[in-house]
Design a protein around this ligand. Structure first.
Ligand code: FES
Length: 67
């Protein structure tokens, strides 16, 4: 499912980006801007950030990290 329509970022890509970010900075608090950075892009309208934040929390919880 596409989460960010401006940048065509789907849920699976967000999950991958969170995993990659957590490997590099495990103690950090992952935010949507980290996902955009991992995807090599930037937010445009920002409409997806709230939902992206919820996905980040879920992925981080699954990985035993804090988001
Ligand atoms: S929908 Fe993600 S920045 Fe616009």
């Amino acid at each position: 499912m596409i989460i960010c329509h401006c940048n065509v970022i789907d849920c699976e890509r967000i999950e991958t980006a969170v995993g990659e970010a957590l490997q590099r900075m495990p103690a950090s608090c992952i935010k949507p801007e980290h996902v955009f950075s991992e995807c090599g892009t930037k937010p445009n309208c920002g409409c997806c950030c709230e939902l992206m934040g919820m996905i980040i929390e879920d992925v981080a919880a699954d990985l035993g990290q804090r988001a």
